[in-house]
Each structure stands twice: as C-alpha cells, then as structure tokens.
Design a protein around this ligand. Structure first.
Ligand SMILES: [Zn+2]
Length: 416
C-alpha cells in the first residue's frame, strides 16, 4: 500500500486526497490536510448537485476523525460555499462528512452505534466528546436514514402510545408498526394536534390503508383515529389495561398500609410497604423472597390478596386472548363488580366502558409485547437522553434504537 492510499484508509475517508499529515506535539493530535477528489468538488452540501462556486466561506475547517492509536485525529480542508439553485448559498459538500457536521462519517457512525449500546459516561470518555454533541450526531444519522427509507411506507397495523418524562411534565407521542416491530414516528406532545401531524405525514391514501390501531383508552387518540382512519379497527392495548389493574392494586395496598399504621401496627405496616414488588411483579418472575412475601400477604391480609388475584386474572385474560379471553373477562367483570373493593369496582366500570375496543384487541391478537417494550425502552432512553438540549435529539435517540436506523460499525460489512 502506498502512503497516498494508507492515510485515507486509516482516516476512513473516501473520494478524498490526503495532501500531508502533521503531528501537533503540544496538542497531541494528528492533523491530515485533505481535499475532495475532483468529481466530489463544488457540489451543494444538501442535494449534492454540481453548483457554481460562491466564495471561500470561513476558510479552513477541521473535522474530528476517529482516534489513531492513542491520539485524536482531525482532517482539515477548505470549506468553500457554492450557490445552489434550490438551496441558495451553502457550504459545499465534502465526501468525508455529513452536511454541517464537525465529525467525519466513521466518527458519526461510531457515536451512533455506541449510543444504542453503552452508557452516556462510557461514550463521553471513550470518544472524548460532550453529550450534547452526541445528540446532534444521532439526529443527523437518523435524519439521513429517514431520507433514504420512508419509515411510513406500507403501514397497516399500528400502535399509538404516549410516554411522560421530566417527572410527568413533558410527553412524547409514539407510533409503532406491529408488523415490522419498529418505532416509526415520534413527536413531542400528547394531544390531538400532535397525533394529527402523524396522520398528515401519512396522507389520506395511506391512512385509509390502516387496518388496526391499538392504543390506550385516551379519547384524544380514539377521536383522531376515528376521524382519520375510517377503515381501522380500534383495539385497546392490553398493556395499559393491565397497568390500570396494577394501579388499582397499589391503591388497595396503600389503604391497607395506612390502616395498619393508624392502628399502631408499625411492623405490619412496614412489611406491607415492602410487599409492593411482590404484588406488582408477574408471579413467574418472583424471587424466592418475594414469593414468600406474597404467601405472607395471602395469610394475613385477605382483602389485599384478593385484589392481587383480581389483577393477575385480568392479566390472564390478555394472555389467553380470543374467545377464551373474552369468556374469562366476563367472569372477571362479574367478580370485580361484587368484590367490595372500591378500586376494583371502579376498574370494572372503566373496563366495561371500553369493552368494544378490549374485545377487538382479544380478537385481533395484536402483540402487546411490542407496545410494552417500546414504552419501557423509550422511558429508559429519556433518562439517558437527559442533558440533550431538545426533545428532538431524545426522539432521534429513540428512533436510532427502535426504528432500525443504527448504522453498522465503520469498516465492518454487516451489523454485529
Ligand atoms: Zn442544493
């Protein structure tokens, strides 16, 4: 290999001439002076069409490349501006970086790949970049992916969900594709106007092609779906219905705990407080200690244990699905209505009110796991994305993870 080909290969730059390489001993970094090959020169940075030159822009500019050995590396080049008939005066395209980026393509892709797999602090230290920069890079990578592959093509069965972050002060509305398992759309907000943006992006023809929509029972979703997707069956998301039951159970546990405290049963109250996870988890996932806790509840507090059984049987309804599920739901409703636990009597009324969309969900067997896991993962990501400047960067991180936009590691053919 000649040195003219070694340097571009080491820096991971294509269609690029490396003029010379210098090592800055004070800064301990390597700087490669480069220029685009002739055919990549004088193109619009946005559409890449050949355009007449405009001016020299701000002169020389540096782009951070992946480290070479122990040292930081940069490519340095002129950054002239061109005049595009469509995009006006813009910085010319460079073959080694995305438009407006301050990092090379392999650097961007490595950041994106790591952002889906590792922690914030690991990424910051390993690549020596600020978390805000990660947000900008992830946004660019996702925008490029979305421009290449229409995420809204061929949608038929979708799930709509909302998650809260910043302690419930902010919301994101999410749309998942039940068939591909991907997150296909997300936007800040949770109201009809937000969801209307999704249907506007989808367009009338593709809205008419939607056959099933699963969602929680929020009326703003139901109204907007009824309006925009005339052919869709509306299904209730089992995940949210079971979450209602979990909330009702927690209410009973808190009541029981408060009563025990008021009656001066301190030790008993403490034990009840610690029973929360045993009651909350699926029985098959209980640890030995939690299972023992549950057995203790069954023995000492019949009312709370009945509430637990009500929650579990409702979960069973959605595990069974189909006609069996519907039959079990009839039994469940009859049981809950006369259980004399106000939280569950109320839950029975709420479920009866949404019976049509719950039945549709049992009949059409839409995957609950998808909505649930997307909800859980996005919630985790919102915590990781804390520190990004905009909700858009957080959404980009979610799309990168769950929308199928993560690039392979540079230099490897297939994603590992
Ligand atoms: Zn252009």
């Amino acid at each position: 290999m000649r040195s003219t080909t070694v340097w571009p290969a080491l820096l991971g730059v294509e269609k690029t001439v490396v003029e010379r390489v210098e090592f800055d001993e004070d800064e301990e970094m390597l700087v490669a002076h480069v220029r685009p090959r002739r055919r990549s020169r004088s193109r619009c940075g946005i559409c890449r069409r050949p355009c007449p030159g405009y001016d020299r822009g701000e002169g020389r500019r540096r782009w951070r490349a992946l480290d070479l050995g122990l040292f930081r590396a940069f490519v340095e080049a002129d950054a002239p501006r061109v005049s595009c008939p469509e995009h006006g005066v813009v910085v010319a395209h460079v073959p080694w970086a995305r438009h407006d980026a301050r990092h090379t393509l392999p650097f961007d892709d490595t950041v994106a790949w790591l952002a889906t797999r590792t922690s914030k602090s690991t990424l910051e230290q390993l690549l020596r970049i600020a978390w805000r920069t990660v947000g900008a890079i992830v946004s660019r990578v996702v925008a490029e992916g979305a421009a290449q592959r229409d995420p809204l093509a061929g949608l038929a069965r979708i799930g709509i969900d909302e998650i809260s972050y910043k302690r419930g002060h902010r919301y994101i509305t999410l749309v998942v594709d039940h068939d591909s398992g991907r997150l296909v759309w997300a936007a800040p907000g949770r109201d009809r106007k937000t969801l209307a943006k999704f249907f506007a992006a989808l367009g009338e023809t593709r809205c008419a092609a939607i056959t099933h929509v699963s969602a929680d029972a929020a009326t703003w979703i139901a109204d907007e779906v009824a309006d925009k997707c005339p052919n869709a069956v509306r299904c209730a998301d089992p995940f949210h219905i079971v979450a209602w039951a979990t909330d009702a159970l927690d209410e009973v546990r808190r009541e029981t705990w408060n009563t025990a405290r008021k009656e001066g049963l301190g030790g008993h109250a403490r034990d009840l407080k610690h029973a929360r996870y045993a009651l909350w988890k699926n029985p098959e996932d209980l640890t030995e200690k939690q299972a023992a806790k549950l057995a203790w509840v069954a023995k000492v507090n019949h009312r709370l244990y009945r509430a637990y059984l009500l929650k579990e049987q409702l979960r069973q309804v959605f595990a069974l699905k189909g006609e069996d599920g519907k039959r079990l739901l009839d039994h469940w409703l009859a049981w809950a209505r006369r259980c004399r636990i106000p939280a569950f009597v109320h839950l029975a009324q709420r479920i009866a009110k949404h019976r049509i969309s719950i039945n549709a969900s049992l009949e059409h067997r839409l995957s609950n796991g998808l909505v649930e896991s997307t909800n859980t993962k996005v919630r985790l990501l919102t915590r990781m994305a804390f520190g990004f400047k905009s909700p858009e960067a957080m959404i980009a991180l979610a799309m990168l993870n769950l929308g199928g936009y993560c690039p392979p590691l540079p230099g490897r053919r297939a994603a590992a």
